[in-house]
Design a protein around this ligand. Structure first.
Ligand code: MG
Length: 157
């Protein structure tokens, strides 16, 4: 089974920027109820999608104070537990971050290993891509950040 995830968050000055579970040095960060980790949110939706389990908003509603400033690594861990209960396991994940700045190259390896650990996958089964929006649109204007994720699941043997 395959699943697709997408997320976007607004960026503002003075907010923290956490992507793929890694805190990024940046004057602008995501505005969100949780820690605003757009990459992990897209990843959760991809996994939930592949398992036919709905979306992240249904499982972790932003109206619930329980998830206020929540560390999004908890969402991924919870989602991986959900699929395990369904006798499913991840095969691979592939994520794309669309962000104008800052450059995340110095953080990429740490993000990849963090995602691999959360997903219980070897690093070769976790791919992380980053691109800018060529200064076009809300990402290009540094008003927001986008992430896409896709994953494959298989039955647990
Ligand atoms: Mg989100």
């Amino acid at each position: 089974m395959v699943g697709l995830g997408y997320d976007v968050h607004r960026l503002a000055e003075g907010e923290s920027l956490i992507l793929g579970g890694v805190r990024i040095e940046s004057p602008i960060g995501t505005v969100a109820h949780s820690d605003g980790d757009v990459l992990l949110h897209a990843l959760c939706d991809a996994i939930l999608g592949a398992a036919g389990l709905g979306d992240i908003g249904e499982h972790f509603p932003d109206t619930d104070t329980k998830w206020k400033n929540a560390d999004s690594t908890r969402f991924v861990t919870a989602v991986v537990e959900m699929i395990t209960e369904q006798q499913l396991q991840l095969v691979n994940v592939d994520v794309t971050l669309v962000l104008e700045s800052p450059k995340i190259l110095p953080y990429k390896q740490q993000m990849r290993s963090t995602i691999a650990l959360l997903c219980g996958l070897p690093e070769q089964r976790v791919n992380l891509k980053a691109t800018t929006s060529e200064k076009l649109g809300f990402v290009g204007n540094k008003e927001g950040v986008q992430a896409y994720a896709i994953c494959q699941l298989q039955e647990l043997r």
